[in-house]
Design a protein around this ligand. Structure first.
Ligand code: ATP
Ligand code: MG
Length: 268
């Protein structure tokens, strides 16, 4: 498959301050973008049906972002109209005591998509080299080997029929401020804000550094990272949808062959 827009290249350093957060260099016509998005969504729905019916390969979509980066909104928009039976969304929060008693990939492996499914990770195993590193939840000796362990784990998934797409929703610090303010101003959005978000905002540069390291070290041929300019939600949605549809086209799921002749079957 040709390299898609916004895809990072294995072995090349991911420099987030040089990667765009705004869509202006790529698209400036919101109406046209939304029209294209709706057209692609129909294709997505059709492909998903075939993937589910075929039941032989799966797609895993990993979403990571700074707080208010738009993970929830991306899932809501992308999957509107898709058969919920064929989709599994896993949201990774701080691990429980039981989860902490296992290796960091234990809880993640349980939630990878089964045959024919599309799996979505709302946060993921990458938290184990991001928040864990920035907030010193574990010593360096614990998280440093994880980059390699993640690449090996993702390779196992890829070799057993899972296509992996990893999206970093790239917003600017100023955009985050606006979105936090919006969460404070609108009562129905208040629940999305927490005071902890402000603590993390103070650590913006530390997070950026940790993200750059993770994106650089875990962009592989079998599980590429994409840095999606995400200040404009309409562009973010379109950019991701284009990549998802292109990937499904490439996976080319087909309906299973049947072992009977439908014309010969008589129903009493
Ligand atoms: P939103 O972005 O909409 O606020 P969220 O994904 O931040 O949603 P929250 O419940 O607010 O959801 O936060 C989940 C928290 O769990 C995050 O702060 C994240 O860093 C934390 N977390 C996830 N995985 C781990 C992990 N392996 N170790 C420690 N903390 C983790
Ligand atoms: Mg949060």
């Amino acid at each position: 498959m040709n390299k898609s827009q916004h895809q990072l290249a294995p072995g090349e350093p991911a420099n987030l301050s040089e990667l765009p957060t705004s869509s202006k260099p790529f698209h400036d016509d919101r109406d046209a973008a939304e029209k294209e998005f709706r057209k692609l969504r129909k294709q997505f729905i059709t492909w998903q049906r075939a993937l589910w019916a075929e039941g032989r390969q799966q797609l895993l979509i990993v979403l990571q972002a700074m707080d208010a980066g738009g993970k929830d909104g991306t899932i809501r928009k992308l999957f509107m109209g898709v058969n919920p039976q064929g989709v599994h969304v896993a949201s990774f929060k701080a691990p429980s005591v039981r989860e902490l008693a296992h290796d960091f990939l234990w809880r993640v492996h349980r939630d990878v998509p089964a045959a024919g499914m599309i799996g979505v990770f709302n946060r993921s195993h990458y938290e184990d080299v991001l928040v864990v590193r920035v907030n010193r939840l574990a010593p360096r000796e614990a998280w440093e080997p994880r980059f390699q362990q993640i690449n090996d784990f993702e390779r196992l998934l890829a070799e057993t029929g899972t296509r992996i797409l990893k999206f970093y929703l790239h917003i600017s610090r100023d955009e985050q401020r606006k979105r936090f303010q919006d969460r404070l101003d609108r009562p129905e959005k208040n629940f999305k804000f927490s005071l902890d978000d402000l603590e993390k905002r103070k650590q913006w540069d530390d997070y950026r550094f940790a993200y750059e390291d993770a994106l650089t070290r875990c962009t592989t041929d079998w599980a590429p990272w994409y840095a999606i300019p995400s200040n404009q939600k309409w562009y973010r949605n379109l950019a991701i949808m284009r990549i998802v549809v292109k990937t499904l086209e490439d996976m080319n799921p087909t309906y299973p062959t049947i072992d009977y002749d439908p014309k010969q079957v008589k129903i009493d």
